[in-house]
Design a binder for this molecule. Sequence first.
Ligand code: ZN
Length: 313
Amino acid sequence: MKITTCPVCGSRENRVLFSDRNRRDGLDCEGTYVRCRKCGLVYLGVRPDWQTICGYYGSTNADVTANTGRLDIEAYRRQLEKKLPVWTKRPHLLRRDPHSWPFEKPAAGRNRMLDIGCGCGYRLFEFSVRGYETWGIDVSADAIDVCRKILPKGRFFCGEPETLSLPENYFDYIRLDNVLEHVPDPVKTLGRCFSLLRNQGRIFVYVPHAHGLGLKIFRQDSVVSWIPFHLQLFTRESLKDALSTAGFSRNRVCGHNQSGWLALSLAQRRSRGRRKAALNAGHCAKYLCRALGFAAGKFGLSEELAAAGIKNA
Ligand SMILES: [Zn+2]
């Protein structure tokens, strides 16, 4: 199907970036990315319909541990504990990773955190240790099952935020970690978050960057270009626009250096021509890409964007 209007600003003016097929998963699927001339959003202008895309989600999870049915919950819990950021227990050692927003300790009665697209609870585990009340939703029933096992006090639901029955004006924080690029109507999803947050509640959004170095160098080989799953790639401007349109205020967007993504893109470039791309770049390439990504971030070409906004009703 063809999408003729920009999902963020509604403009019909765009230019074609490139057409390609799915590389990462070996799916028989093609698409065309275009860039909106008004807000800069890159979106999949030619794509399968939403039902077909939903069907693909169930077929690409071979490497996701929650979906193998063999996940050792205790080993997973130990792995999560080992990976907890050092500031979880020693806040004075705070390192500025926006994925741990908000940095402050939760205030009494102000600790309700909803993670939309929470996966196997990787981030919620950290927030639970830091004293937050954890809520998570995900479209994968297997992932939700894992969350319930590792965070028995948390509240978890399988489904999409627009259709699930969740308490409105309730949450203090909502996070969308690499989720907004997957949804068919990103402004609608943000609008739903607005209604779920209490007044003065905060939203945190993490998305791949349409002006990142990876997409500039590797184009269709970049892991940021993921047909048909990445339906849109945001720029700073279009992400701010989407948040404001959904009602959020005091919106700010910053770049974040996802150190592994450039190396994955390089691996995908090297495995061009194969039906399914390899995603292992080797140690040397990883270190080089890490340095390159760090430098790119200094020039505003980071691989990921992190955004925060407030519901000021
Ligand atoms: Zn636009």
